[in-house]
Design a protein around this ligand. Structure first.
Ligand code: 6PG
Length: 246
């Protein structure tokens, strides 16, 4: 049950510190087992939550990190709406060592979202090998945000993309959250993750957190339940404020 995956912290800074503690362990385990650590970032507030709490000293070997984006907007890399642009500024540029790979959307394909999705699927497949009988690419740490409507990545309530089974990355041209044209991981990839970690802060998430965790409503974010992996919901006090179950 998702309840068992929920951890609440008093502040955004405490959420960030808790995330780094978890990432330090997961990164060391993955590097010991496979030689690299595959991290997927989401857009929104996530990069700043991580960047603002980056520990001054850490044993993390960022040079073994492969960074991907769980979803990305079809805009230039330096556009104000770019998830990569935001992550670079808030987080990647602050890391003490450059990651081995930062896999961005192909800027030459932003006007052809279908081709951009195919290109990114090939990148994902190469960087996050399938393993352990799971046929989809396996992300070590999949960092997810959630919108107040329950969306995660660019997978929105009631949208046909929720049912995609055969592809790892798809495009969307009618995202209710602007900008409308994006590429996004699909559920087979989300549920192939070794660790899927939701990071939800702020009181505008409280209602949806209550509906997912206490009422077990079937919204997109609630469908993230990794087949062989572990699920985490990291919440700050305002996001956790409407939880009723102990
Ligand atoms: C995007 C995101 C999206 C985001 C949520 C939460 O590119 O728009 O990946 O899924 O993570 O909307 O955003 P906030 O953290 O800003 O609330």
């Amino acid at each position: 049950h998702i309840r068992n995956a929920a951890y609440s912290f008093e502040s955004v800074a405490a959420v960030g510190a808790g995330l780094w503690t978890l990432l330090e362990r997961l990164s060391a385990e993955a590097i010991a087992a496979r030689g690299f650590f595959v991290v997927a970032l989401s857009g929104g507030s996530l990069p700043a939550t991580l960047g603002d709490s980056l520990p001054a000293e850490t044993t993390i070997d960022f040079s073994k990190w492969r960074v991907l984006y769980a979803d990305e907007r079809c805009v230039a890399l330096d556009h104000a709406d770019s998830n990569h642009g935001a992550a670079k500024k808030a987080l990647l540029d602050k890391l003490p060592v450059e990651p081995a790979v930062v896999a961005t959307i192909n800027p030459a394909l932003i006007r052809n979202p279908q081709a951009a999705a195919s290109y990114y699927q090939a990148r994902l497949t190469a960087l996050a090998p399938a393993a352990d009988g799971i046929s989809s690419p396996r992300i070590d740490a999949l960092l997810l945000g959630m919108g107040p409507d329950g969306h995660t990545c660019s997978l929105f309530p009631g949208h046909a993309l929720l049912d995609v089974k055969e592809r790892s990355v798809v495009h969307i041209t009618d995202s209710p959250k602007p900008p409308s044209t994006r590429i996004t991981f699909t559920f087979p990839v989300l549920n192939a993750a070794r660790n899927a970690i939701f990071v939800c802060t702020g009181d505008n998430k409280a209602d949806m957190i209550h509906r997912i965790i206490d009422l077990e409503e079937d919204v997109p974010s609630a469908r993230v339940k990794p087949t062989l992996g572990k699920l985490y919901w990291f919440l700050d006090a305002p996001a956790a404020s409407k939880l009723t179950l102990p």
